[in-house]
Design a protein around this ligand. Structure first.
Ligand SMILES: *Cc1c(COP(=O)(O)O)cnc(C)c1O
Length: 470
C-alpha cells in the first residue's frame, strides 16, 4: 500500500515514511492510494476476533511495509487490558433510551486520543529503531492532546517530548496528569502566556529549518495518518459488538472537532463496513454542522472560537476535513488545491451542490449541542441510568437522540470520561462524587516536573539544545 497527498504533488510514500510526517510537502494530507475493500466473507470471518486480532487484520491492509509478525507485536503490546482497563478494549453499553455508548476513554489519560496515540508511541519507537533515527516531538497543548502524547511516548527509546502548555490555564487535574510524569524523556514547559502563544512558539521553532533539521523536530498532531488508521479499528469492533450478522446496519455518532475521529469512520464505511449514517456532533463551534447542513465550509479564526464546556471540540478549522473533501471531489487534487486556496484567504467554500451525495452516498448528517443541552443531557442520563457522561459524549448523545430514525441503531462514541471534567458535571447535577479510575486518586498531590519560561521561542530552543547535548 502506497500513500498519496490530497494536493497531488508529493511522491508516493510507504507507511513508515508517512508515519513520521506532518503535512505533506505540498501542503496536503496523506491518504492511502485506495481504500482496501472488505468482502462479506471477510467481514464474517472477522466477527468474533479479539480486539488485537481485529486490529491486526484491519491495519495490515494499510501497513504493508512492516513485517506481519512485527506489526502484530506492536499491536499486542499496545491494546492490553492493563492499559485500556478491559479485555474488550472498547466495550459497548446501552442507555435506557436505547442509544449505545462505545467506551474509547479507558486509556491512561481518560480520552479517546489514547486509542491512537498509544499505537503511535509503539510504532514510532519501532520505525526509529529500525532506521537508526531519533525524533524530538515539540507540541503545544491546552490539555488532552499533550497528555495523550506524553503517556504514549514516555520512556520510549530515541524520542524526547517537549510539550508547551499555557501556565495556569489548565485544570488542576490536567496539570497533574502531565506534570507528574517523571520520565527523563518527557519535558513539560509551562509558558507565561495563552495556548495560542504556545502554538506560535511551536510554529516559530518549526519554521527555523536548520534548527528543525539539526534537532529532528517532529509533531504528533491530529493530521497524523498513523492516528487515523488506528481509529478505523474501533468502528469495526463497535459494529460487531452490537450486531449479530452482517446484514444489519449501524450508525455512529461522533463528537467532533478536528474531524479525525469521524474521518476514520468514513474510511471504515468506504471499506465496506455496513455503516448506515455517520452523525457528526459539534458544540457551539459549529463549523462542521454548518457544512453538513448547508454545504458551506466557513472556518473561523481563533478570535471567533467560543470557549465551551466541551473544550476539546473548541475548534473552528477542522484539520482532517480535507481528507473527506478529497474523496467527495472524486480525489481531484486540482480541485482540492483550489478549494483550500479559498480557505487560505479566509473565505471558505460552497459545496451545496454536493449535499445529496454527502448525505446519500457518504451517509453524513450532523447536529449541534449547546451548553444547556449538554448539561441537560448529563442530568437526564444521570437520572435515568445513574451514570455520568462526560460533556463531549453528552453532546453526541444529544445529537443522536435528535436525529435518530425509527429502528435505527446508533452507537455514540464516548470520547472522554466524566472524571476529567468535574466542574461541568457539578454544574449539571450538583454535588456528586465523580468516580475516578483507581490509580488516579490523589493525582494532584504527586510531585510535579515542569519548568516555567517566558513567552519566547529562543528560550524554548535553548532548552531543547541543552537537553539534547547532555
Ligand atoms: C479530541 C477530542 C474530540 C474531537 O475529536 P476530533 O478527532 O478532533 O474530531 C472530542 N472529544 C474529546 C474528549 C477529545 O479529546
Amino acid at each position: 500500500m502506497k500513500y498519496i497527498s490530497t494536493r497531488g504533488a508529493t511522491a508516493h510514500k510507504a507507511f513508515s515514511e508517512v508515519l513520521l510526517m506532518g503535512l505533506a510537502p505540498d501542503g496536503g494530507l496523506m491518504l492511502p492510494e485506495h481504500y482496501p475493500h472488505v468482502s462479506e466473507q471477510t467481514l464474517e470471518a472477522w466477527r468474533g476476533l479479539s480486539y488485537q486480532e481485529l486490529a491486526f487484520e484491519v491495519m495490515s491492509l494499510f501497513i504493508t511495509d512492516i513485517p506481519a509478525d512485527d506489526l502484530r507485536d506492536i499491536i499486542n503490546r499496545t491494546y492490553t487490558e492493563e492499559v485500556f482497563g478491559s479485555r474488550e478494549i472498547t466495550p459497548v453499553r446501552t442507555l435506557s433510551d436505547g442509544i449505545k455508548i462505545q467506551a474509547l476513554s479507558n486509556g491512561p489519560t481518560l480520552a479517546f486520543k489514547d486509542m491512537a496515540m498509544q499505537f503511535l508511541g509503539n510504532a514510532f519507537e519501532y520505525v526509529l529503531a529500525k532506521e537508526g533515527k531519533t525524533l524530538n516531538i515539540l507540541g503545544a497543548t491546552s490539555g488532552d492532546t499533550g497528555s495523550a502524547a506524553e503517556y504514549a511516548l514516555r520512556g520510549k527509546k530515541g524520542i524526547h517530548v517537549f510539550m508547551l502548555s499555557p501556565e495556569g490555564k489548565m485544570s488542576a487535574f490536567q496539570r497533574a496528569q502531565m506534570y507528574s510524569l517523571q520520565d527523563e524523556n518527557i519535558h513539560n514547559i509551562a509558558v507565561l502566556g495563552m495556548f495560542d502563544d504556545c502554538q506560535d512558539i511551536v510554529k516559530a521553532v518549526q519554521s527555523d529549518a536548520s534548527f528543525k533539521e539539526k534537532y529532528q523536530i517532529g509533531t504528533v498532531n491530529s493530521i497524523n495518518w498513523g492516528r487515523i488508521v488506528a481509529q478505523v479499528v474501533y468502528y469495526f469492533a463497535g459494529y460487531f459488538n452490537v450486531t449479530t450478522d452482517n446484514s444489519q446496519k449501524v450508525s455512529f455518532c461522533v463528537p467532533s472537532g478536528n474531524f479525525g475521529n469521524v474521518c476514520a469512520g468514513h474510511i471504515a464505511r468506504q471499506m465496506g463496513l455496513p455503516i448506515h449514517r455517520l452523525i457528526v456532533a459539534t458544540n457551539e463551534n459549529d463549523v462542521l454542522d454548518e457544512f453538513f447542513k448547508t454545504g458551506e465550509y466557513r472556518p473561523r479564526s481563533t478570535a471567533d472560537t467560543y470557549v465551551t464546556s466541551s473544550p476539546s471540540m473548541d475548534i473552528s478549522k477542522a484539520s482532517n476535513f480535507e481528507r473527506f473533501i478529497f474523496d467527495l471531489m472524486e480525489r481531484d487534487a486540482v480541485q482540492i488545491e483550489a478549494l483550500w486556496a479559498e480557505v487560505g484567504i479566509g473565505k471558505g467554500f460552497d459545496l451545496s451542490l454536493q449535499l445529496g451525495k454527502i448525505r446519500n452516498q457518504y451517509g453524513f448528517v450532523s447536529g449541534k449541542s449547546l451548553h444547556q443541552d449538554r448539561l441537560a443531557t448529563i442530568a437526564e442520563v444521570y437520572r435515568a441510568d445513574g451514570e455520568l457522561l462526560d460533556p463531549h459524549t453528552a453532546d453526541g448523545v444529544k445529537v443522536a437522540r435528535e436525529v435518530r430514525e425509527a429502528g435505527e441503531t446508533i452507537v455514540c462514541l464516548e470520547t472522554a470520561l466524566a472524571a476529567k471534567f468535574e466542574e461541568a458535571i457539578r454544574e449539571a447535577v450538583g454535588e456528586v462524587a465523580v468516580a475516578r479510575p483507581s490509580g488516579l486518586a490523589g493525582l494532584e498531590a504527586l510531585p510535579q516536573r515542569v519548568q516555567t519560561v517566558p513567552n519566547n521561542a529562543e528560550v524554548v530552543k535553548s532548552i531543547i539544545r541543552e537537553t539534547l547535548h547532555k
